[in-house]
Ligand binder design. Structure first.
Ligand code: F3S
Length: 753
């Protein structure tokens, strides 16, 4: 295991460290003295402190050292802006950025790409120059979807990576623990802080038998989603095992792990096998495959490994499935689907079939889909519904262009879209139906929530394998079952479609296509990061000010929030996402969804100086201008929802000092600490009720110590002052974050030492 094997062909000097992993694992094995799941092996071999780390599934927080970070272009903006504010010369962990989310599908591949380049020029310029400056690999628009590029170039068995996108688990198809995170977590890892993850539980899925006919790998996850539902995987790694795993292609396993995000799982994972080896060889990473074979004894679960829950699926009996509409866990086997369409009155006229996306655009998927389209054309018929193809990467596009599948799709009536997310993330200028008109679409994507694809709440979106998408697109009818139903050829004669066939890997190797990668230059100090000072989408972040070392006195309450206050209430999404790279602009949405306990209304608070009622962000800005710090009082589980870092950055940017609540959602609490805000909780939750929005408070910041509460003095407008006790969860390193103004300031300070 002493060998030096590069993690990827695109970088120099980043070696796969199986030696270290096996040493760490030996330490943990001795301590735990029980068989481990494969996921446990990967996580525990990446512990920051394998000797001292508390390890309890579902309970302890693991401090981990991931091998890689990947960001997509929408989430990368704030992550990189934050990283820049730490003043470090380059990222501490290998990182890549992928331009895929901002490209809208309108008329097809190249034209859509050109339009996206002009609309998003300043974002692309910023990302490309920042990547060059900080030693980050940059995949330009047109290169493909993040998860495909990662599978093709960066994933490796036994590795640990985080990615700022929920479908990062796709890399589990290559035996990697790959976890979707928020930007703040990515920044930590880029800046060399250990990354925290609650030790997951494990759901084992044992696969036996072998698939045939119309059943595809997608049907495994469609079935699992039906069993576990959208919440069933929460806090768990879904670990596939058993003899059936060897019958699946590597990209098929990727599909299954990708859509594992739909059941809320931390990630999904397959054990290393020969199919992964073949895929590594086909993607010019033979040495990684050989190296993995040397470490193969640790690249699967131990015998007798225990799962918190076990599911068994016999692939020989598995039927093709269609899931939806409106939710990915409403699973219906094809034999029952026709009746379900009738019973539920789902619109049966299929309007659009969409294949590809990060979930299902492998060579195998494209070949099988093309075989069905060809079969139809051999009978003189084509797609009846509209049909789109989204290649997952430039490599896939170029390879299917060379090998003919692309031409087949076009002759069949398909539109080949850009190598990007497109309709999957709502970047779709759909013209064939009007907003509000009920209609059905069928895709090989992973997510089908209301409005996701075309912003039309009346669109019934279903997800299935690419095979069924093509078959039903030919029929133009949602009730069509290719396993039992006949079609009519051009002369009106009946025929049945043949079951799809297709190679797992291209016989003649992959064609890399156009060169879409930008490697960071050797000499980077002179590179200038491009951000226009007049931009409304991007803004360089200044480091936050350090703590002044004093207690804060006579601090006003900006808002006493009542009831549920989620990260959506604190930092709304929707149209605001345009400003995710511009902290000052996006701060205009700060807490605008929170309900003010004083009047029961959202976004209406009283300025204590003027007595005027104004919007929350505007009031905060007035205080900030006058050098007045403020606090927020919050209810139970404040900050639940997503890991959105803007929800912590905005109050800090607008001059907040502390958020004082009955309780916090943990991720938001940590995010606040990272930004130098004080998250505090009432030791006695009833004190929340005693606070009046007009009160002023003193916060004894100088008392901040590990494990000790601090005092808050409350000064009511009329009446006597009273004291209450506030608790916190700071550990010693985190207290430094507060003192230095933020976690990043602390990193920068330590790096400078
Ligand atoms: Fe993109 Fe949709 Fe995948 S948004 S990353 S193609 S899930």
């Amino acid at each position: 295991l002493d060998q030096k094997v590069e993690m990827t062909n695109w970088e120099k000097g980043h070696y796969i460290n199986y030696k270290k992993m096996s040493e760490n694992l030996a330490i943990v094995r001795k301590r735990l003295n029980r068989p481990l799941t494969f996921g446990e092996k990967i996580l525990y071999s990446h512990l920051d402190d394998p000797e001292g780390q508390d390890i309890q599934r579902g309970a302890s927080y693991l401090r981990l050292r991931p091998d890689r970070v990947a960001c997509q272009d929408a989430t990368a903006q704030m992550a990189i802006l934050q990283f820049m504010s730490a003043g470090m010369p380059s990222v501490a962990t290998p990182t890549t950025v992928h331009c895929d989310h901002l490209i809208e599908a309108q008329i097809g591949g190249d034209k859509d790409l050109d339009r996206a380049k002009s609309i998003n020029q300043e974002v692309y310029d910023f990302l490309s120059s920042a990547c060059a400056k900080y030693n980050i690999g940059f995949w330009r628009p047109g290169s493909g979807i993040i998860h495909q590029i990662v599978l093709e170039n960066y994933a490796f068995p036994g590795g640990l990576m985080i990615g700022t996108d929920s479908h990062t688990p796709n890399a589990g198809g290559l035996g990697m623990v790959a976890i979707g995170v928020g930007g703040a977590d990515a920044v930590d890892v880029m800046a060399n802080l250990p990354w925290e993850l609650k030790a997951p539980k494990y759901i084992g899925v044992k696969l036996t038998g072998e698939m045939s006919g119309w059943t595809a790998p997608k049907d495994i996850i469609l079935k699992v989603a039906g069993i576990l539902t959208v919440k069933g995987g929460t806090g768990a790694i879904v670990e596939y095992h058993g003899p059936g795993t060897n019958t699946l292609s590597c990209t098929g396993m990727g599909t299954i792990c990708n859509m594992g995000a739909e059941i809320g799982a931390t990630t999904s994972l397959f054990p290393f096998n020969d199919r992964m080896y073949d895929y590594l060889a086909a993607t010019k990473r033979g040495p990684i495959g050989d190296f993995a074979r040397k470490y193969a004894h640790e690249l699967h679960e131990d015998e007798g490994a225990e799962y918190d829950q076990l599911i068994e699926i016999n692939l020989s009996e598995l039927e093709p499935h269609i899931n939806g509409p409106f939710t990915p866990d409403l699973a219906t086997p094809i034999s029952k689907f026709k009746q379900a369409v009738i019973d539920n009155k789902w619109p049966d006229d299929l309007k659009v079939g969409l294949i590809g996306s990060c979930t299902n655009s492998s060579y195998e998927d494209m070949s099988r889909a093309a075989s069905i389209a060809e079969d139809a054309m051999d009978h003189g018929i084509k797609a009846k519904a509209l049909f789109t193809v989204t290649p997952g990467s430039e490599q896939i596009r170029a390879t299917i262009e060379r090998d003919g599948q692309l031409k087949t799709f076009e002759e069949f009536g398909g539109i080949v879209l850009a190598n990007a997310c497109g309709p999957c993330i709502g970047q779709w200028d759909r013209k064939d139906v009007k907003k509000g008109e009920p209609n059905s679409i069928l895709s090989s994507y992973n997510r089908n929530f209301t409005g996701r694809n075309d912003a039309n709440p009346a669109t019934h979106s279903f997800v299935t394998s690419p095979d069924l998408v093509v078959a039903l697109t030919i029929a133009g009818d949602l009730k069509f079952n290719p396993l039992t139903d006949k079609l009519k050829d051009k002369d009106g004669n009946e025929f049945m479609l043949k079951a799809p066939t297709g190679e797992g890997l291209p016989k003649n190797g992959y064609d890399p296509g156009r060169d879409t990668y930008q490697a960071p230059p050797e000499e980077r100090s002179a590179v200038e990061v491009k951000v226009s000072p007049t931009s409304d989408r991007l803004q360089i972040l200044e480091p936050f000010e350090a703590w002044d070392g004093k207690d804060a006195t006579d601090v006003p309450i900006l808002i006493k929030a009542q009831g549920k206050t989620t990260t959506d209430h604190i930092s709304m999404a929707g149209p605001w996402l345009k400003y995710r790279g511009h902290l000052d602009n996006i701060s205009n949405n700060m807490l605008i969804g929170a309900i003010n306990a004083a009047n029961g209304e959202a976004n209406k608070v009283k300025n204590f100086k003027t007595g005027e009622v104004d919007a929350v962000p505007a009031t905060a800005r007035t205080y900030k201008k006058e050098g007045i710090k403020w606090v927020v009082i919050g209810d139970w589980n404040y900050g639940e929802g997503s890991s959105r870092e803007h929800a912590a950055l905005e109050p800090r940017h607008l001059g907040g000092l502390a958020i004082i609540t009955r309780s916090f959602a943990r991720i938001h609490e940590t995010n606040l600490k990272k930004q130098g805000m004080l998250p505090l909780t009432f030791s006695n939750p009833e004190d929340y009720d005693k606070i009046n929005p007009d009160d002023k408070v003193d916060i004894m910041c100088t008392q901040l110590e590990v494990g000790k509460p601090i005092t808050m003095v409350v000064h009511p407008k009329d009446g006597e002052s009273w004291e209450c006790e506030l608790s916190h969860t700071y550990n010693a390193p985190q207290i430094e974050w507060f003192k230095n103004g933020s976690a990043l300031n602390t990193m920068a300070k330590n790096a400078g030492k």
